[in-house]
Design a protein around this ligand. Structure first.
Ligand code: UDP
Length: 482
C-alpha cells in the first residue's frame, strides 16, 4: 500500500511554495499526499493532468471572524500591516478543525508541518504519528538561532554596534548585536512564539531541509549535534516540481513576456536582478536611493518593485513622493532597466543567461533560486526574520556575495527604515557586476555551487538519495507497525 502523508502549510509564499514543491515531488514518488489548507490557497497545490494529483482539503477561512475581506488568506495578498496578524489568528483558529479532520483521515505515515503550526508536535505524539518539520530556511540559520538561544553571546557585549561571535559553529561567524533578531535581544510577543516554534521543532522526528547540495553538509552535522534530530537535505525542491512556472493573469503574462523579450536582447551575464521577496515593502525614499544607485552604476537591471503605500511623513506631503513610474519610463527610454511592479516571474528571469548578479533580502527561497538557477554573485540586503544569518552564509561561508551594509534587524512593518544610500548601492553593484578579480572569483564559486545544487536532485545525487531514504524509513516504520 502506498505511503500516506498529511501536509500542513502556512500561507506565506516563502513557506507554502516549497511545501507545494515537496508534496508534488512526493506524489511523483507514489505517495498519497493530503493537503489541509484554505480555499484561496488550494490552487497552489493543484497539479496539471500529466502529473499525479494531490488530495486537497480546504477548511473555510474564518475571514469575517478575524475582520478580513473574503479571499485574503495569504500574506502575499495583504494590503495593510494589520492584515498579517489577522491571517495568523485565522489560521490558528482552524487548529481544532484540522485536528478533527486528521483524526478522520487516519491512519497516515506522518504529518509534514510548517514551523508556524507548533501544536502539531504534541498532537502528532498524541495520535502516534511522526511529525516531520519542513525547514523553509537554511540549516545554517537554524544552527545560528539555536546557538544564540543556547549561549546568548549577545549578552556579552554592550553596544548595538559591538560585534558578537556566534560560538559552536564550524566557521567563525561574527555579526553586529543589532543584526541579531530583536525578539532574541528584548523579550516581546515574538520571543514567546519563536520559543514555542523552536521547542516544537525539537520534538520532531525528522527535519526535511530545502537547501542546496552539499554546501550545508557541515551544518547538517552541526544541527544534529545541537538537537539530536535527524536532518535531511532534500532540496532544492523547486527543481523536482515538474509543473509549469506560475499561474498568472493575462496582464501579468503580458508583462512577463515583455520582460523576457527585453532580456533576450542583453548580453550574457550583464543584467542585475533585484528583488526583495514577496513581503518586503520599501518606502519611497529607499526606492529612490536604489534607483539612483542602480542608474549611476551603469549596469543594466531588472527590478521587481513592491512599495509601501505613500505615507504622509512629518513635514512631507504624499504628493511629493518619488514616482516609480517616472523612473520606469526613463529607464525604458534609455533601455537600461526593466521594472516590474507586481509579481515577477522570478525563476524564469533567473534562468535567463543575461542575468549576471542578484540583489536580495536574503529570503531563503530567493537565495536558493539565485544560487541554483542563475549561479551568480549576490548582493545581500537583509531586513527581518533569519535574513541576517543567511547574509553571513552567503558572504562568509559560501563567499559568493557582498553585503550592501544594513546594520539593523527590523520588524517586517519597519522594512526600509534604515536608509541605505545610493553610494552604498552603487558600490555593491559594482562589486558584483564590474569585471574585477573579486567578482570573477565569486562568479566561479556561485557557478560551482549551482552545478552541485542541480546535481543533488538528479539520480545518484545526495538530495535524491535522502528523499528515497526518508520514504524507506517511513515504509520500515509502517511494516513494523503492522
Ligand atoms: N517570488 C516571485 N515573484 C515575486 C516575489 C517573490 O516569484 O515577485 C517568489 C520567489 O521566487 C520565492 C518566493 O516568492 O520563491 C519568496 O520567498 P523568499 O523566501 O525568498 O522570501 P519571502 O517572500 O518569504 O520574504
Amino acid at each position: 500500500m502506498e505511503l500516506k502523508i498529511i501536509f500542513l502549510p502556512f500561507p506565506t509564499p516563502g513557506h507554502i511554495l516549497p511545501m507545494a514543491d515537496l508534496a508534488k515531488t512526493l506524489a511523483s514518488h507514489g505517495v498519497e499526499c493530503i493537503i489541509i489548507t484554505t480555499p484561496a490557497n488550494a490552487p497552489l497545490f493543484q497539479t496539471s493532468p500529466n502529473n499525479p494529483p494531490l488530495t486537497i482539503h480546504s477548511l473555510p477561512f474564518p475571514a469575517a471572524e478575524v475582520g478580513l475581506p473574503p479571499g485574503i488568506e495569504n500574506f502575499s495578498k495583504i494590503t495593510s500591516e494589520d492584515m498579517r496578524s489577522k491571517i495568523f489568528t485565522g489560521i490558528h483558529m482552524l487548529c481544532n478543525a484540522t485536528e478533527d479532520l486528521i483524526r478522520d483521515i487516519l491512519p497516515v505515515d506522518c504529518i509534514v508541518s510548517d514551523m508556524f503550526h507548533p501544536w502539531t508536535s504534541d498532537f502528532a505524539a498524541e495520535i502516534g504519528v511522526p511529525r516531520v518539520f519542513q525547514l523553509t530556511s537554511s540549516i545554517f540559520s537554524s544552527c545560528c538561532d539555536l546557538c544564540v538561544k543556547f549561549n546568548a553571546p549577545h549578552e556579552q557585549v554592550e553596544k548595538d554596534d559591538d560585534f558578537v561571535t556566534l560560538p559552536s559553529l564550524p566557521h567563525k561567524i561574527e555579526m553586529m548585536k543589532s543584526q541579531i533578531p530583536l525578539w532574541v535581544r528584548i523579550p516581546n510577543r515574538f520571543t514567546y512564539l519563536m520559543d514555542v516554534v523552536r521547542e516544537a521543532g525539537l520534538k520532531s522526528s525528522w527535519v526535511l531541509a530545502n537547501t542546496f547540495g552539499e554546501a550545508e553538509k557541515e551544518y547538517e552535522e552541526c544541527y544534529n549535534n545541537l538537537t539530536g534530530i535527524k536532518i535531511m537535505n532534500i532540496g532544492p525542491l523547486f527543481l523536482c516540481n515538474k509543473e509549469e512556472e506560475g499561474k498568472a493573469s493575462s496582464a501579468e503574462l503580458d508583462c512577463w513576456k515583455t520582460c523576457l523579450d527585453w532580456l533576450d536582447q542583453k548580453k550574457a551575464s550583464s543584467v542585475l536582478y533585484i528583488s526583495f521577496g514577496s513581503l518586503t515593502l520599501f518606502p519611497d525614499d529607499q526606492l529612490q536611493e536604489i534607483a539612483a544607485g542602480l542608474e549611476s552604476s551603469g549596469h543594466d537591471f531588472i527590478w521587481a518593485v513592491k512599495r509601501k503605500k505613500a505615507e504622509k511623513t512629518e513635514g512631507g506631503n504624499e504628493d511629493e513622493q518619488w514616482s516609480v513610474d517616472e523612473f520606469r519610463k526613463k529607464m525604458e527610454a534609455s533601455n537600461k532597466g526593466f521594472i516590474i511592479q507586481g509579481w515577477a516571474p522570478q525563476r524564469l528571469i533567473l534562468k535567463h543567461q543575461a542575468i549576471g548578479g542578484m540583489v536580495t533580502h536574503c529570503g531563503w527561497n530567493t537565495l536558493l533560486e539565485g544560487v541554483t538557477i542563475a549561479g551568480v554573485p549576490i548582493i545581500t540586503w537583509p531586513q527581518f526574520a533569519e535574513q541576517f544569518y543567511n547574509e553571513r552564509l552567503v558572504v562568509d561561508v559560501l563567499k559568493i556575495g557582498v553585503a550592501v551594509g544594513v546594520t539593523q534587524w527590523c520588524n517586517l512593518e519597519d522594512t526600509g527604515k534604515e536608509l541605505v544610500s545610493r553610494a552604498k548601492v552603487e558600490t555593491a553593484v559594482r562589486a558584483v557586476m564590474d569585471n574585477s578579480e573579486r567578482a570573477a572569483e565569486m562568479r566561479q564559486r556561485a557557478k560551482k555551487l549551482s552545478e552541485t545544487s542541480n546535481g543533488a536532485v538528479k539520480n545518484g545525487g545526495s538530495s535524491q538519495a535522502n528523499l528515497v531514504a526518508f520514504l524507506d524509513e517511513l515504509k520500515t516504520r509502517r511494516s513494523k507497525a503492522v
